[in-house]
Design a protein around this ligand. Structure first.
Ligand code: PMP
Length: 379
């Protein structure tokens, strides 16, 4: 039998042992063992999850509905409510795309879409730094795959040229804002490549960008003017949109095909209709949050400039790495910042490559200039 106690000991020795932090939340603050800290590790990028006014308005509206707190079933059985279709319609209209499909989470989306669409005749080519959920989706698909160096489109083009004519189709997979480095993909470049090489689809995960970029908050695809050219455009509700779930923008045919073949969609109870109503409530308001987007961008630049040479130069977004190197030093630095009132967390291998353990600052729009200045002084 495997000795799991011993395996856990090994994790501890290597500084890789993980535990759920015992914390309580109060707006942008987090409290641990009676010590209050500014939360610099949240994905609530626009600060919407802590907005009491939005919550109060939503609850008032909700009181006039009979939306249940459970769908009690997969959408394909008895769990399909009008609110799902409403939200899909709103999303597809906003993006100006043929159709949208909702999922229970980004993890469901990324582990379900690729296995449904790809087979042995499909080559998947993914950026080296795509999120674990995408890697899991690729592995589950059983399709042949290869990876290109992070954002290295010359290497990607060589791989596309080599694959040309060898497969029924090729799927290029990338994130737009990368979750650990906070840098941004050049989507028009990827669109040009996918158009140049026949039978190639482009899959983009905007989990960290939806709500935060673009004048209407529709993400990097909006900012880089290529919404209509991305075959499979994924976004999530659990970060800037302060809710839970994910969506895909795609053609009607792909949507129908996924409904027929995508296992996490078919075999899992759909999100509660109440949750979908909250997602819809916030998604509808996205264009109104441009001042939050501006604030977030300005403060992010301030911090990344300060961390120039230590990881800040890599970032082009509100996710800013402070690369320290070894695990133990990284843990100690995070603890020191926590003692001084800033809740930030060490990110270690296997989440990031060995020797690049880092503190990952993830800023939110409701952090003040004074707070950023204080953090900068400490760094
Ligand atoms: N995609 C990316 C790029 C992510 O960073 C994450 C989660 N951090 C996900 C997908 C998963 O989304 P969810 O949390 O909704 O499962």
């Amino acid at each position: 039998m495997k000795d799991y106690t011993c395996l856990l000991e090994e994790l501890k020795i290597n500084g890789n042992f993980r535990q759920f932090p015992e914390v309580t939340h109060s707006g942008k603050w987090i409290e641990k063992e009676g010590h209050r800290m500014l939360n610099l590790s949240s994905n609530d990028y626009l600060g919407l999850a802590t907005r009491q006014d939005l919550r109060a308005t939503f609850m008032e509206q909700l009181a006039d509905t009979d939306l249940p707190f459970s769908s009690s079933s997969s959408r394909l059985l008895t769990g399909n409510f009008a609110i799902y279709k409403d939200l899909e319609k709103l999303i597809s209209e906003r993006f100006g795309r043929e159709s949208a499909l909702l999922f229970n989470s980004g993890y469901h989306a990324n582990t379900g879409i690729l296995p449904a669409l790809a087979d042995k005749q499909t080559l998947i080519i993914a950026d080296k730094l795509v999120h674990a959920s995408i890697i899991d989706g690729i592995l589950l698909s059983g399709a042949p795959f290869t990876r290109y160096k992070h954002n290295d489109y010359e290497q990607l083009e060589r791989l596309l040229a080599k694959a040309s004519g060898q497969y029924e189709q090729v799927i290029i997979v990338t994130e737009s804002v990368f979750s650990m480095d906070g840098d941004v993909a050049d989507l028009p470049h990827l669109v040009a490549l996918k158009k140049k090489y026949k039978d190639t689809l482009l899959y983009v995960d905007e989990a960290h960008a939806i709500g935060v970029y673009g004048s209407d908050g529709l993400g990097i695809a909006e900012e880089q003017h290529c919404i209509g050219d991305i075959d499979l455009l994924v976004g999530t509700f659990g970060k800037a949109l302060a809710s839970m779930g994910a969506y895909l923008l795609c053609s009607r045919v792909i949507r129908d095909y996924l409904i027929n073949t995508m296992r996490p969609l078919i075999f899992s109870t759909a999100l509660p209709p109440v949750q979908i109503a909250w997602s819809r409530f916030l998604f509808e308001k996205l264009p109104d949050f441009s001042s939050e987007r501006r604030q977030l961008f300005r403060k992010s630049r301030k911090l990344s400039e300060k961390l120039n040479g230590k990881g800040g130069e890599i970032s082009n977004s509100h996710i800013i790495p402070f690369i320290i190197g070894e695990n133990e030093a990284c843990i100690q630095k995070a603890l020191e910042l926590q003692r001084k009132g800033f809740y930030c967390l060490p990110v270690r291998p296997p989440t990031v490559p060995k020797g690049t353990s880092r503190i990952r600052f993830s800023l939110t729009a409701n952090i003040t200039d004074e707070e950023i200045n204080e953090l900068i002084m400490l760094l």
